[in-house]
Design a protein around this ligand. Structure first.
Ligand code: UDP
Ligand code: MG
Length: 160
């Protein structure tokens, strides 16, 4: 039936999450990945990556006119980043909550930025702000073959 086909074609929600160069340099990679693993989202893709300038510019193209844009691009390309795609219902909004407010002094304790950062220009992690941007950003940072579909044995213990 048409309704069944429509449902089957809906892709699970994904968020593009990235540990920025300061997070990598400060040795926070394991801690940040653990938070998403512990929450129960499923890892779809992961790599350590030295960002070419054009990739950083494409990722942040909506901020091109902002005064901080040139410094932002320089910051993102200043060292390796950890690129990830996490999947699950509601992952985009949940990841944003786990990451915390853009300005780390305004981020709640318990969030990644709230626990580990001070300045907006060194806020250690990125998370997509909508499911559409989750798809858009994933396509910028990953090739098709780098995303993995895999059966996770504990999934029935996380979702009914
Ligand atoms: N940013 C900055 N200065 C500002 C605002 C933003 O350096 O005044 C940087 C910061 O790294 C931020 C990124 O630009 O994470 C993207 O800004 P956005 O408003 O999208 O924040 P986010 O979605 O990362 O919380
Ligand atoms: Mg943003």
């Amino acid at each position: 039936r048409a309704s069944r086909k429509a449902t089957a074609d809906v892709r699970a929600e994904i968020s593009y999450v990235m540990i920025k160069p300061d997070g990598v340099q400060r040795g926070l990679v394991g801690n940040i990945i653990s938070r998403f693993e512990n929450k129960g989202f499923q890892l779809k893709a992961l790599k350590l990556f030295q960002t070419p300038k054009d990739v950083a510019e494409e990722h942040y193209k909506d901020l091109k006119e902002k005064p901080f844009y040139p410094k932002l691009v320089d910051y993102i390309i200043s060292g390796p980043v950890v690129c990830m795609v996490w999947e699950g219902d509601g992952v985009v909004a949940s990841a944003r909550k786990m990451i915390g407010a853009t300005r780390p002094l305004e981020a709640e304790p318990g969030t990644i930025r709230g626990d580990f950062a001070i300045q907006v220009g060194r806020n250690i992690v990125h998370g997509s702000d909508s499911p559409e941007n989750g798809e858009r950003e994933t396509a910028i940072w990953f090739k098709e073959g780098e995303l993995m579909s895999w059966d996770r044995t504990m999934t029935p213990w996380l979702v009914e």
